[in-house]
Design a binder for this molecule. Sequence first.
Ligand SMILES: Cc1cc2nc3c(=O)[nH]c(=O)nc-3n(C[C@H](O)[C@H](O)[C@H](O)COP(=O)(O)O)c2cc1C
Length: 117
Amino acid sequence: MKKDNITIILAPLQGFTDVTYRNVFSDHFSGVDEAVAPFISTMGQRRLKPSRIKDVDPANNKNLFVTPQILGNVAGDFIFLADHLYEMGLKKINWNLGCPHSKIVKKKERIGAFTVS
Ligand SMILES: Cc1cc2nc3c(=O)[nH]c(=O)nc-3n(C[C@H](O)[C@H](O)[C@H](O)COP(=O)(O)O)c2cc1C
């Protein structure tokens, strides 16, 4: 519940705060106003991973407003995913600019590594 104009946003934890977690959480607890979903990695060749799209589909997230997060290092793939999410009714995107996990760092999925295609 919003109090004193402060918005409490559930932080994303990849592998934990997925749609099931968020729905169970909001069924049993209050105090969180909205959530940022764990990052969706961009995929090449105009592909989308269905499970990641389902995770942020507003139809599956009726209790808690969810903002999808994108992680990727190819501008065209980022735009493709962002456009798809926008068409699904998700008008806000959270842009992950620096996941410190070593597996992700190796892929250079950060703004410094963005390429234009
Ligand atoms: C297992 C794990 C997964 C995470 N996944 C994401 C993620 O998908 N997107 C993101 O922006 N941050 C992610 N984070 C970062 C957290 O949202 C949070 O910012 C970070 O843990 C710092 O908060 P703390 O100081 O309370 O631990 C992750 C952190 C952990 C430990």
